[in-house]
Design a protein around this ligand. Sequence first.
Ligand SMILES: Nc1ncnc2c1ncn2[C@@H]1O[C@H](COP(=O)(O)OP(=O)(O)OP(=O)(O)O)[C@@H](O)[C@H]1O
Ligand SMILES: [Mg+2]
Length: 225
Amino acid sequence: MIRLEQVTRVYPLGGADVRAIDGISLTIPTGEFVALMGPSGCGKTTLINLIGAIDRPTSGGVWLDEERLDLLSDDRLTRLRRTNIGIVYQFFNLLPTLSASENIGLPLLLYGLPAREIAARVARQLEQVGLAHRAHHWPHELSGGEQQRVAIARAIVAEPRVVLADEPTGNLDSVAGGAVLELLQRLNREGRQTIVLATHSAEAARRAGRIVHLRDGKVEGVERP
Ligand SMILES: Nc1ncnc2c1ncn2[C@@H]1O[C@H](COP(=O)(O)OP(=O)(O)OP(=O)(O)O)[C@@H](O)[C@H]1O
Ligand SMILES: [Mg+2]
């Protein structure tokens, strides 16, 4: 379960501080697929980064199960992120000098798993995202949709409890975007992973079990599609 209590995130900008997140309280039960939806600048990325423990709130608390993330040391957070949280970005963020397989295996390499175990898990993930035939392609030899599916495989290879996706379809056409959303839905249904999808697309958000509408850093409303 993810829990935010009275979370604010203020970016200090001299006299013109930005309250990107302005007092949000939100609970996301384990296994839920929730969409954070709202216009550009409403705070979606900021909130994703707070939930993913990449960033810390200015005030308020963020919990992952019993652990209060905003009070952990950077070291503990790095370790916790590695095993609990997978993140997918709008611009894929694959390493250009690594093949699809190597990109997917990277988190496990950092984790210190033996090569044979990594190869087996990477093969399973490639299968899962429908890209077994692209294992040895470089990122620039893949379509946008394929790159994003590699990025999803990389995000889930360590079997995190939570998958965060920040505009994962923002750079894809509707067919490739649909495939990415279907993949996220399948992970949620079959893997029981908690999914948090940030999007400004109403169509993408409808895939979720719950839509949290954000505006100006606040929760404006909640909807169940
Ligand atoms: N590092 C920063 N320093 C100052 N202000 C920032 C910073 N990052 C974001 N902001 C501001 O915080 C607000 C929320 O930004 P955020 O990136 O979370 O929005 P978003 O909902 O993800 O938008 P988009 O749909 O365009 O990705 C915006 O007004 C933005 O200008
Ligand atoms: Mg954003």
